[in-house]
Ligand binder design. Structure first.
Ligand code: ATP
Ligand code: MG
Length: 259
């Protein structure tokens, strides 16, 4: 026990060095959206580049929707309204899950700081229109799309899917919002998205992991890419905690035994 603690502490100081912001970095000039998620901004030089289209990728139950909601709830605390496009889960499920973390989404919506939209029928042009209207109506600065994996079901091939995602990210950039686009991956494939398409058209990729060792499963997070950012290259432990939401440990690393 004692020994483990010591090992962690020494790693802590090493990691602090390895993810420190470089003294002279061009990215200093880049305006950033502070996610406000506990421990995340330390991994990406203080935040996601403003206006970026970032993929949040992970297997089922890795915490993608909670991360997305946390991003919007923290944004509201920072005076940045948000839009959540839920293409899969029902409003009630979202509301219940948010409440457990202390995020009163109904009040946020009443105060016009949050819009949760659930387009029923999938129509790509309509989705972009809906997004533009929602963002304009509350002056949103953040958007979460849960999930864009569904786009793959509506387009014939990878070319069309890629084209539609480029259109979507271009439209969102024109509106000037920072976007988290959730994508589901099948565990064990090593892919960053289902068809390996989305990661090429996005500015960043955040990956949520669940790793199993003996009879214990642990959550973790890594930043696979983030344009204009000297991001952490480690896999960091992550927890989902009641009243807090996502908690990341930026100065610790996961799966030490795999190295
Ligand atoms: N109140 C809570 N406290 C701690 N952990 C929770 C709580 N609520 C949910 N979780 C954990 O979060 C997981 C669900 O997170 P979330 O819905 O964000 O996952 P997801 O990656 O979006 O999953 P899916 O692929 O089903 O959409 C649950 O399986 C559970 O492990
Ligand atoms: Mg989900």
């Amino acid at each position: 026990m004692q020994k483990k603690k010591k090992a962690l502490t020494s790693k802590k100081s090493l990691l602090k060095k390895s993810i420190a912001v470089p003294k002279k970095s061009f990215s200093k000039e880049i305006e950033r959206t502070k996610t406000g998620i506990n421990g995340f901004d330390e991994l990406v030089e203080g935040g996601i580049p403003r206006g970026a289209f970032v993929l949040l990728s992970g297997g089922t139950g890795t915490g993608k929707s909670i991360f997305g909601m946390n991003f919007l709830a923290s944004g509201i605390d920072l005076n940045e309204p948000g839009v959540y496009i839920s293409l899969e889960e029902s409003y009630d499920e979202n509301r219940l899950q948010m409440q457990l973390f202390g995020w009163d989404i109904e009040e946020m919506q009443r105060q016009k700081k949050l819009i949760i939209a659930q387009p029923k029928m999938y129509d790509f042009d309509r989705l972009i229109e809906l997004l533009q209207d929602a963002v304009t109506s509350i002056g949103a600065k953040r958007v979460v799309i849960d999930s864009i994996s569904i786009l793959e079901l509506y387009f014939k091939d990878k070319f069309d899917t890629r084209h539609s995602i480029i259109n979507l990210s271009t439209a969102l950039k024109e509106i000037g919002v920072t976007t988290i686009a959730i994508t589901e991956i099948d565990e064990g494939t090593g892919r960053l998205s289902r068809d390996s398409v989305e990661e090429f058209v996005s500015d960043g990729v955040i990956v949520l992991h669940i790793e199993k060792k003996d009879n214990i499963m642990s959550r973790a997070i890594s930043v696979r890419k983030m344009r204009a950012t000297n991001h952490s290259m480690k896999i960091h432990p992550m927890k989902i905690e009641k009243k807090k939401g996502i908690v990341i440990y930026p100065f610790e690393e996961s799966f030490e035994d795999y190295k």
